[in-house]
Design a protein around this ligand. Structure first.
Ligand SMILES: [Zn+2]
Ligand SMILES: [Zn+2]
Length: 135
């Protein structure tokens, strides 16, 4: 796996906790944040996956609504255990760039816990990509 980054002897992995949003929560997300037009269907994500580094403390965070390119952030839902999210919040993007590849920005939010996204191995995504024949 040439794109797998390691720091010392520890491999960092993405948390990857899953949750399916209840349709009512998904509907509520259409109007968060309140200062933007309602989300189109392609912007909302009903199947959430925690993007933080595994074994983080506190709640899971999954990308719930992708905001337009000129927005300074995205909408994240946070949840505990298998329960439905306790809320959704618009958070600014993490500004970090991969020192090994400055075109690759961290996909997480500002001041997230753990490693930046490019340093997190994601076995599930790797498997999906190889199924689809992507690199
Ligand atoms: Zn998590
Ligand atoms: Zn980051």
């Amino acid at each position: 796996m040439p794109d797998r980054k390691e720091h010392g002897t520890v491999e960092h992995r993405v948390c990857g906790a899953h949750i399916e949003l209840h349709p009512a929560h998904l509907a509520a997300l259409r109007v968060i944040p309140g200062d933007l037009p309602e989300a189109g269907p392609g912007e909302l994500h009903g199947a959430l996956r925690c993007a933080l580094e595994a074994d983080h403390s506190g709640r899971h965070y999954g990308l719930a609504r992708s905001l337009p390119m000129d927005s300074p952030g995205e909408v994240w839902a946070c949840w505990s255990g298998g329960r439905q999210p306790s809320g959704a919040i618009s958070l600014p993007d993490c500004a970090a760039l991969n020192p090994a590849d400055p075109d690759e920005a961290c996909v997480l939010f500002n001041e997230h816990a753990g490693e930046h996204s490019w340093a997190l191995a994601d076995p599930e995504e790797d498997a999906l990509r190889s199924q689809l024949g992507l690199f």
